[in-house]
Design a protein around this ligand. Structure first.
Ligand code: ARG
Length: 475
C-alpha cells in the first residue's frame, strides 16, 4: 500500500505502509501457529501504562532535540493518552498479530493520528523499549511490595503487642527447647520481612537505570538526549553500554530471587502456624474466614490458605529457576528468549502479592490459645539450660553444669517427674552442692523469661526493646 507522507521540512514522500512494523522485509505472512507462538501481547499488555509513559518521554525528547516538531509531539502525546485511557477502560482491541504491547500501541497510534505516529520509533527499538518498560514495571512492583510487607510487619507487631507477653515453647528440631515470649517468635518474622524489604530496595537501585536510547543493540547516530528521558521517567541514571542494556535481565533474576525469599519466609511461617493450629499443638486459632471445611468430614476446619501459601512458594522458586535458566547460555545481545522473562516474573510477583495480602489478614485475625500454651510450658524441661546457667553463676564450669542438669533430667524421667521444680532440694544437692534453695526461684518458663539478659533474647526486657524498635521503624 502506497502512502503519502510529509517530512519535517514539509516535502511530500511516497512510502510503503505495511500491516506490521517490520513487514517490508518479510514477504510471507507468519504461519498461524507461529503467530500464537511468538506473541507476548497476551501477557505483556500489562506493561501498557509503562510503555506509553516511556513513549511520551521519548517523544518529548525527540521534540527537544528537533527530531520531531512540537506539534507532532503534542499529537503523539494526545494519541498515546487516549490509547491508554481506552486500554484502561477495557475498550482497546488487542490483535495478537501485533505480537506485543509495543507494536500494538504504536500501530494504534498511527491509525489514530497518522503521520506523526510514524516518527515515534525514531532512534528506538523494541529491544530498548521492552527493557525500559520492564524496568519501570519492576520499580513500581518493588515499591508496592515494600508497602505490602510493611502492612504485614505491622500486623505481626500488633499481635506481638496484644498477645505476645506470655511464654511459649521455642523449638529446635521441633522439640521443646527453651521458653520465649510469644511476641519474640512473632517478631522473628518481622526481622525476616525487614531484610526482604531491604533486599528489594537494593535491587531497586540496579533496576532504576534507564536503558532507552540503546536502540536495537548499538545505539543511534541521531542526536538523542538519553538523560532527559531518564530524568523525566525518574531514573537515577542511564546505562553506559547499549549491548548490556538491551540484553541485561539480571535485574529480573534478582527481583525473582527477592520474591522467592519472601515466598520462602511466608512458607516457613505458614508451616509453623499450620502446626500450631493442629490438634496436637493447639497453640492458635485461625479465624474461620481463613479456613475451609471438608466436603466429607463435617467437623473439619482446615488451614488451606496457609497450606497454599506453603505450596505456592514452590511456584515462585520455579519462576526464578525459569528466568535464570533462560538467561544461561544466551549470546549477546537481544534474543527473543528474553520475552519469556515477563511471564515468569509477573507470575512470581502476583503470587507473592496475593500471599502477602492473605498473610496480613491471617495474622490480624488469629488468636493464641494462652491456656493451652500455658499447660504445655511444663513439658520438655525447657528450664534446663537456665538451671545450667544458674550453676555457672555459682562457679561451676558450663560443661560440668550441663552434665549435672542432664543427669537431673534423666533422674526425673526415670522417677516419672515431669518438671525440675518437683525435685527435692536434697536431690539437687546430691547432684551438685552448689545448688541452693533459691534454685526454685529460677525454674519454670515464667521465671526463665524474666531472667534473659542478653541482647536479642526471648524474654520480657528484650520484647519491650524490640516492640519499641518496630514501632519506630514501621510508623
Ligand atoms: N516482545 C519482545 C520482548 O518482550 C519485544 C522485543 C522484540 N524484539 C525483537 N527484536 N524481536 O522481548
Amino acid at each position: 500500500m502506497k502512502h503519502k507522507l510529509k517530512t519535517n521540512s514539509g516535502k511530500s514522500l511516497k512510502v510503503d505502509a505495511p500491516a506490521k512494523a517490520w513487514q517490508a522485509r518479510i514477504a510471507d505472512a507468519t504461519d498461524e501457529l507461529a503467530v500464537h507462538y511468538v506473541e507476548s501481547l497476551s501477557f505483556d499488555r500489562r506493561l501498557a501504562r509503562h510503555d506509553i509513559n516511556g513513549s511520551i518521554a521519548h517523544a518529548q525528547m525527540l521534540a527537544k532535540v528537533g527530531l520531531i516538531t512540537p506539534t507532532e509531539c503534542a499529537a503523539i502525546e494526545r494519541g498515546l493518552l487516549e490509547i491508554l485511557a481506552e486500554i484502561e477502560a477495557g475498550g482497546f482491541v488487542f490483535n495478537l498479530e501485533q505480537e506485543d504491547i509495543h507494536m500494538a500501541v504504536e500501530s494504534a497510534l498511527i491509525a489514530r493520528i497518522g503521520e506523526p505516529g510514524k516518527k515515534l520509533h525514531t532512534a528506538r527499538s523494541r529491544n530498548d523499549q521492552v527493557a525500559l518498560d520492564f524496568r519501570l514495571w519492576c520499580r513500581e512492583t518493588i515499591d508496592s511490595l515494600g508497602g505490602q510487607i510493611t502492612v504485614l510487619q505491622r500486623a505481626f507487631v500488633h499481635l506481638a503487642q496484644s498477645q505476645g507477653a506470655s511464654p511459649m515453647p521455642a523449638f529446635t528440631h521441633l522439640q521443646h527447647a527453651q521458653p520465649v515470649l510469644i511476641g519474640h517468635e512473632l517478631l522473628a518474622y518481622v526481622e525476616m520481612l525487614e531484610r526482604d524489604k531491604q533486599r528489594l530496595g537494593d535491587c531497586r537501585q540496579r533496576v532504576n537505570i534507564c536503558p532507552l536510547g540503546s536502540g536495537a543493540v548499538a545505539g543511534s547516530t541521531l542526536p538523542i538526549d538519553r538523560w532527559m528521558v531518564a530524568k523525566s521517567l525518574g531514573f537515577a541514571g542511564v546505562s553506559d553500554n547499549s549491548m548490556d542494556a538491551i540484553s541485561d535481565r539480571d535485574f529480573a533474576a534478582e527481583l525473582a530471587f527477592d520474591l522467592t525469599l519472601i515466598a520462602v519466609h511466608l512458607s516457613r511461617w505458614a508451616e509453623q502456624w499450620i502446626l500450631y493450629s493442629s490438634t496436637e499443638f493447639d497453640f492458635i486459632k485461625i479465624a474461620d474466614k481463613y479456613t475451609t471445611g471438608s466436603s466429607m468430614m463435617p467437623q473439619k476446619r482446615n488451614p488451606d490458605m496457609l497450606e497454599l501459601m506453603r505450596g505456592k512458594a514452590g511456584g515462585v522458586l520455579g519462576n526464578l529457576v525459569a528466568i535464570v535458566t533462560m538467561l544461561k547460555g544466551q549470546p549477546l545481545a537481544y534474543n527473543r528468549d528474553m520475552q519469556e522473562d515477563k511471564r515468569w516474573l509477573f507470575a512470581a510477583a502476583d503470587t507473592v502479592e496475593a500471599s502477602l495480602a492473605i498473610a496480613a489478614g491471617i495474622v490480624g485475625s488469629t488468636n493464641f490459645k494462652l491456656q493451652s500454651l500455658q499447660a504445655r510450658l511444663a513439658e520438655g524441661f525447657m528450664d534446663a539450660t537456665a538451671l545450667a546457667e544458674y550453676l555457672v553463676g555459682r562457679g561451676v564450669p558450663f560443661r560440668q553444669a550441663h552434665q549435672v542438669v542432664g543427669r537431673l533430667v534423666a533422674q526425673c524421667e526415670t522417677r516419672g517427674i515431669t518438671e525440675l521444680s518437683q525435685l527435692e532440694l536434697s536431690d539437687f544437692k546430691a547432684a551438685c552442692d552448689a545448688i541452693e534453695k533459691d534454685v526454685y526461684g529460677i525454674l519454670g518458663s515464667n521465671s526463665v523469661v524474666k531472667r534473659y539478659i542478653s541482647h536479642g533474647a526471648g524474654g520480657i526486657k528484650q520484647l519491650k526493646t524490640q516492640l519499641a524498635k518496630w514501632q519506630r521503624l514501621l510508623r
